[in-house]
Design a protein around this ligand. Structure first.
Ligand SMILES: Cc1ncc(COP(=O)(O)O)c(C=O)c1O
Length: 366
């Protein structure tokens, strides 16, 4: 039996007829960039997460970059980000001229350790970027109170957490701006690159809309510097259909996580992710921890099971960030995790038989 890491063909085939109709309507209209489909997706997504405004952009990375430009991040200003995240989180800061400052993660959630944020704050700190990594919500109550105390802007990276909650409210809607990737493999994925931003602040919304469109609030007027990061109409039309299924996708992922837990509980040598209730986790990824990670990944591959590593090298040790001067040992837990984490196959349509095969293969290894 083969169990892919993600199974996009399965999900795509099920929606193909509806999607092809939506694509056809865009082809017929020849309105390919922004337009009614993008506006409709923006309002529907904002409504889904409970925000006032949504703005469609070119990618999750662009969303982060635009967010920092929208708040007028000044050269050299610092933004607190987790050490354990995808490199796009700090890239958004760097692209806008700021300096990302890593903070160590919490051992039980793999999210930013909020107890370590205050010691990273300096006179140059302007914002904090919690990342709801793997689909799990950060403790947003605590993030917001830290931000209030230190007068920081909050830019949420909700690229992996579409629809996850903290205290009944969606991730991405607590801070000043929420940024989501809509890359095909994400919980809500387009058929190419795309991203969406949400905010309750009308002024920020207008600025974001200008920045994604050459800094232009009105055709051929460019009062601020922007670039081109507009959402394609075709992507918006497809995303509107997928958005209607997002709640069911999340439920499928949550059920799969529960099943993994039952199947894998008690195996010595692996640590399972804990499963918080109240829709706090939408399981973009189901990540286990083991000291024998590389050997287990190889064994799973031989058993036909696709497993991934998110992420094998922390961003503070990447060549792109050599200039910040971090060396090995700077963030010991993040670095240790990068050698021990393994993401198991996870997608809403994964079957019990497929999960059984993953579990049997892991048991065989140990
Ligand atoms: C946490 C996180 N932030 C940002 C991004 C960047 O999104 P994109 O790939 O759409 O640019 C991703 C996705 O890859 C991500 O997982």
């Amino acid at each position: 039996m083969k169990v892919p890491f993600v199974d996009l063909p399965n999900q795509t085939q099920k929606m193909k007829t509806e999607i092809m109709q939506a694509v056809e309507s865009i082809v017929d209209s020849c309105q390919f960039v922004l337009g009614p489909a993008v506006s409709a997706f923006e309002s529907e997504f904002a409504e889904f997460v409970g925000a006032k405004y949504g703005v469609g952009v070119g990618s999750g990375t662009d969303a982060l970059h635009i967010a920092y430009r929208a708040i007028d991040l000044k050269p050299g200003e610092e933004v607190i980000v987790p050490a354990h995240t995808f490199v796009a989180t700090p890239i958004g800061v760097t692209m806008a001229g700021g300096v990302p400052v890593p903070v160590e993660v919490d051992e039980s959630t793999f999210l930013m350790d909020l107890n370590k944020v205050e010691s990273a704050i300096t006179s140059k700190t302007r914002a904090i970027c919690p990342v709801h990594l793997y689909g799990r919500s950060e403790n947003m109550e605590e993030v917001m109170s830290l931000a209030k105390k230190h007068n920081l802007i909050v830019i949420e990276d909700a690229s992996q957490s579409h629809g996850s909650h903290w205290n009944g409210k969606c991730t991405g809607t607590f801070g000043d701006i929420g940024c989501y990737s809509l890359f095909p493999g994400k919980n809500l994925g387009a058929f190419g690159d795309a991203g969406v931003m949400v905010t309750d602040n009308e002024e920020l919304k207008d600025k974001i809309m200008s920045i994604r469109n050459y800094g232009s609030p009105k055709k051929y007027h460019h009062p601020i510097l922007g670039f081109n990061s507009r959402m394609d109409s075709m992507q918006a039309a497809i995303l509107r259909i997928k958005l209607r299924n997002l709640k069911a996708f999340s439920e499928g992922r949550q059920a799969a996580a529960e099943r993994y837990h039952k199947l894998l509980e008690g195996i010595e040598g692996i640590q399972l992710p804990n499963i918080p209730g109240d829709n706090q986790h939408v399981f973009h990824l189901y990540v286990i921890r083991t000291e024998k990670r590389d050997e287990l990944q190889k064994h799973l591959q031989e058993c036909g099971v696709g497993a991934g590593i998110h992420y094998p090298t922390p961003w503070h040790l990447q060549g792109a960030y050599n200039n910040l001067g971090y060396s090995e040992g700077a963030y010991p837990l993040t670095e240790k995790l990068s050698h021990q984490i393994l993401s198991l196959p996870m997608f809403p349509e994964i079957t019990e038989e497929q999960q059984q095969h993953v579990a049997d293969s892991i048991k065989k290894f140990f």
